[in-house]
Design a protein around this ligand. Structure first.
Ligand SMILES: [Zn+2]
Length: 93
């Protein structure tokens, strides 16, 4: 069912970075609706983002089962950063 052209893939890589930045807000429910829809649509079609998003979501879900633990925003950011480096291979070294 995939019908991506090379052109689409190029746009996609720019888009992924933008969307990855929105993940934390999205999971916090702070992302505006149109962006949520866009993000969801993208995830459905992008394996990389799906991988990152899924891992992030699962990790946060685990934390949510521990009511006394509140995840600081910074931790989420760190996690997001880690996942991004892993999945997209954007490691600095
Ligand atoms: Zn993507």
């Amino acid at each position: 069912m995939k019908k991506y052209s090379k052109r689409t893939r190029l746009q996609k890589s720019t888009r992924c970075k933008d969307l990855l930045r929105m993940f934390a807000d999205y999971l916090d429910g702070e992302l505006p609706q149109p962006l949520c829809a866009e993000l969801e649509r993208h995830i459905e079609n992008c394996q990389t983002c799906e991988c990152v998003f899924d891992a992030l979501k699962k990790t946060l879900a685990l934390y949510k089962h521990m009511p006394e633990v509140e995840i600081p925003r910074k931790t989420k950011r760190d996690l997001e950063h880690l996942l991004r480096n892993r999945c997209l291979g954007l490691r600095k070294n």
